[in-house]
Each structure stands twice: as C-alpha cells, then as structure tokens.
Design a binder for this molecule. Structure first.
Ligand code: F6P
Length: 341
C-alpha cells in the first residue's frame, strides 16, 4: 500500500518521532511505501513528494522540527486546492494519508476526507488545544522550556525587586501558561479561558508587594484578553497570516502595571523558543505511539479518525467530531493556579 504522510501548521518537537514510527512500522510490519509530502498541504497541492525510507529516519528521535518541512497552508482556502490534492494523490497512487497537525491542518484534513480521501490524523500543537485528546505532540516540551524560563526569571526578579511578565504561546487556550505557571510558581497566570480584570491584577500586586515580597512573576498567554467592561481596553493585534503579534499583550499588561503601581516591570517573550530544540521523552513517546496507532489503523482499514490520548490509552476518534472545537484548560486546573498565587 502507498501511504502519504504530511506535517502541517506550526512545527513542534516530537514530529520526527511520529514520522519515524509511521515509516518503521509501515515498512517493517506491513511492507507499505510511505510517501512524504514536503511542507504540509502545500506539498500535496504541488505534488512535492519525499519518498521516505529507513535511511531518512535514522537518529531523528532527538531532533526538533520536522524532516518533512511544514507550512501554514490549507487547500480548502485556495481555489482548486482540494482538486489539486485529489489529482496528486491519484497520480502518486496514494491510498490513504496520515496528516500530523493542529486545528488548521486537521480542519483541512476533514475537508479532504469529505472529498473521499482516507485519512488518519495525528494531533500536534504546543498549545495542547486540539479537542478530543488529553495531549498533543509538542506540549510537554513547551511546558518544560517555559518552566525553565520562569525559574530563571525568578532570581533576577528577586534581585531587582521587579515585576516580571513572562509571555508564553497559547492563542486560544492557556495550557502552557497555566501548567508552566504552576510548575514555575508564578504569582499570577493570565489565560484566554478567564478574561482578566486589570484592576484586580494591580490590586493583587500592590497587596503582595506591601505584605509579602518585593517581586512578582506574572505569566501571560499570548491570547489572554481583558474582561469586557473593565478599565483596560485592548484588541489583540494580528499579523499578516492571522497570527497574534508576539509580545503585544505582555507589553500592554506591563504598561498598565507600571502606570498604576510604579513597580519596575519587564517583559520576557518566549515566542518560538517554545517550539524549538530537542523533544522531551514524553513527546518522543507520544509521537511514537500516535505514529504506530495511525499506521495500524490505516492497515486495518479504519480511516477518517484522529489518534488521541485518553488517560493511559490511545483511542481513535472520528475526524468529523473535532473540527471547529477547542480544548480549553479545565476550571480545576485554573483553580490550582489561583490557589497557589
Ligand atoms: O500553533 C501553535 C502556535 O505556536 C501558537 O501558539 C502561536 O500563536 C502560533 O503557533 C505562531 O505561529 P507562527 O509560527 O506561524 O508565527
């Protein structure tokens, strides 16, 4: 069987583990040919193939990024995109496609599946907001990086008596902010799930600096927003491709804190550092498990599903169920962050 494979959207550490698992298991157990596509859906539309063999996956487990390349490109958003996908798959005699991606790539996958292509999806995003799975590839590495950054910022905050704002990724959900905030002992976490009241933030910091300490760490998700009707108006600036402008909310919160408290405040924007470098073991393991589950599913003829971590187990859930949904941080976890402030 000829099985296509692509990685789409933002890269994450752990993608190569999933690619490796698909190739090893696909070739070794089933004798499939794994045909990679370069740069996500772009490569499928352009017919840019990268036939994968065991040589390509040697020593890739500790390597970040994706050996297939990736792009933020969705075939259903361009004229004739889906038709181009179908004609490439036909020309290359691809019988089923494995798509590794986040919300955008998986939404495209469900559109392509509706057009008749057999698909198995694998969730990846450092944001961990793909609905239906407890974890997405890349999240654990990002949390480790963000936690280390918060630890490092702590000592300089204390030495200088400053408020340190650490802005982390998380467009629609605050998974990195909340978990790294708890792990790093942040005083406050601002996440998209709970629009914040800047007056309360300022009151909290003033009280803390009067009563307990002369420094504070505030972790802000890039997608955090002030609550409607509060005294801070803010509209997140977006870039050319709809991405949130890095540092925008962090700088804005800094401005408000400095204006209202007089506390010396600095912003650290972690940005793409959270997506770079070697994956932690948890992401290598998850990528490997998802890769094996995906090729096993295809080989059994089970398609139009996404691999998902449910507790300790890998499950397959219908692709049609996940489109358009965001997995938010549950209240219980937000409560823990608040309880430890
Ligand atoms: O999709 C995950 C993510 O890392 C978001 O957290 C972030 O907003 C976005 O990607 C950045 O995208 P890009 O790499 O295209 O700037």
């Amino acid at each position: 069987m000829r099985v296509g494979l692509l990685t789409g959207g933002g890269d994450v550490p752990g993608l190569n583990a999933a690619i490796r698992a698909v190739v090893k298991r696909g070739e070794g157990e089933y004798g499939h040919s794994i045909i990679g596509f370069r740069n996500g859906w772009r490569g499928v539309v352009d017919g840019d193939i990268f036939p994968l063999s065991r040589n390509h996956i040697r020593n890739v487990l500790p390597v970040g990024g994706t050996l297939l390349g990736t792009a933020r490109f969705h075939p259903h958003s361009s004229d004739g995109g889906i038709d181009a996908v179908l004609s490439t798959l036909e020309a290359e005699r691809i019988e089923a496609l494995i798509c590794i991606g986040g919300d955008g790539t998986l939404h495209a996958a469900s559109k392509v599946a509706e057009a008749g292509v057999k698909i198995v999806a694998i969730p990846k995003t450092i944001d961990n907001d793909v609905w239906g799975t407890d974890r997405s590839i890349g999240f654990d590495t990002a949390v480790e990086i963000a936690t280390e950054a918060i630890d490092r910022v702590h000592t300089t905050a204390e030495s200088h008596n400053r408020v340190m704002i650490v802005e982390v990724m998380g467009r629609s959900a605050g998974w990195i902010a909340v978990t790294a905030g708890i792990a790093g002992g942040a005083e406050l976490v601002l996440a998209p799930e709970e629009p914040f009241d800047i007056d309360k933030v300022v009151k909290f910091l003033k009280h803390r600096h009067r009563a307990h300490a002369n420094f504070s760490i505030v972790v802000v998700a890039e997608g955090a927003i002030p609550a409607e009707g509060t005294s801070m108006s803010y509209e997140a600036p977006v870039g050319k491709f709809g991405e949130i402008v890095a540092g925008a909310i962090g700088e804005r919160v800094k401005y408000e804190i400095e204006q209202r408290t007089g506390f010396d405040t600095r912003v650290t924007v972690l940005g793409h550092v959270q997506r770079g470098g070697s994956p932690v073991p948890a992401d290598r393991i998850l990528g490997s498990r998802f890769g094996v589950a995906a090729i096993d599913a295809i080989s059994r003829g089970e398609t139009n599903v996404m691999t998902a971590l449910r507790g300790e187990d890998i499950a397959l859930i219908p692709l049609s169920e996940i489109a358009g949904k965001v997995k938010h941080v549950p209240t219980g976890l937000l409560d823990v962050a608040r309880a430890l402030a």
